[in-house]
Every structure is written in structure tokens, then in C-alpha cells.
Design a protein around this ligand. Structure first.
Ligand code: ZN
Length: 138
């Protein structure tokens, strides 16, 4: 068995726009960022123009602790493209600040994953400078 590791192959590259640039800049700096509503306090991700809870447009970018717990997961054995190494384990993580994000698990075996386990973000820089967040078991 091999440890889960960052993706290889044809990982699509983002084209950051004004809305998503703070997220991708944060990843490049090794910081997870999310938006918090200045009116109701709700946390949100992915980048949005208005709060999903109260429709306010006053969303402020905030740094995350990078820690959370596994809400859900799956193990992929049939990849999206043949160049992607399997298995890989996408997670939905409930972050400490109350927002959710999707990223892959690395640094353990695919059968070590379970709902509720604590995880922490780590970042991987690819040869072209692209930086993607992953999670490892905490
Ligand atoms: Zn709100």
C-alpha cells in the first residue's frame, strides 16, 4: 500500500477572477481564506458576492485556522482522467469556523479515513507555481 499523496497528471488550473483571487492568493501564501458576513456573521465558501444566510453583500475575507474535521469522504478508484493516480480520497471538511470545503486527503492510507477525524490543511506547490490545498490527519 502507498500513502495518499498530492495529485499528479492533468489537474485543471484555475483562472482567478476578482471574486476568487483572494482565495488563490491565500493558497499561494499558505493560508486558507474564507468569507464571513459582516451583518449576520455566517461563514461561507466558495467565494460569493452575497451572504447565503441573509443576502448581505458585506462579506469580509478572513484567515482560517486550517483545522477541521471530516464531514464526508469517498475513495476514487476510477479517475476523472487516466493520468490521475489512484486511489485518491476527496473529503468534505467542516472547518473550525463553520464553513465547508472540498479537498483531497494525503499522508495516510486510503483505509484510515473516517467521518469525524480531525484534519489540518497543507499546501502543495506544483512545478508551474500552482498551489493547491490538501488535508492530512491531525
Ligand atoms: Zn449574512
Amino acid at each position: 500500500m502507498t500513502l495518499l499523496r498530492p495529485g499528479t497528471g492533468d489537474i485543471p488550473r484555475p483562472v482567478p477572477g476578482p471574486l476568487s483571487r483572494p482565495w488563490w492568493d491565500g493558497c499561494a501564501e499558505g493560508v486558507l481564506r474564507f468569507q464571513r458576513c459582516e451583518d449576520c456573521g455566517a461563514a461561507t465558501h466558495t467565494p460569493a458576492l452575497m451572504c447565503a444566510s441573509c443576502a448581505s453583500r458585506r462579506l469580509e475575507w478572513t484567515d482560517s485556522s486550517g483545522r477541521g474535521e471530516i464531514y464526508s469522504w469517498t475513495c476514487v478508484w476510477r479517475p476523472v482522467t487516466p493520468t490521475m493516480e489512484v486511489p485518491y480520497v476527496p473529503l468534505i471538511v467542516t472547518m473550525e469556523e463553520g464553513w465547508w470545503m472540498l479537498a483531497n486527503l494525503v499522508g495516510c492510507q486510503h483505509d484510515e479515513v473516517a467521518i469525524g477525524l480531525p484534519v489540518e490543511v497543507e499546501f502543495h506547490r506544483f512545478d508551474d507555481g500552482f498551489v493547491l490545498p490538501y488535508f492530512h490527519l491531525a
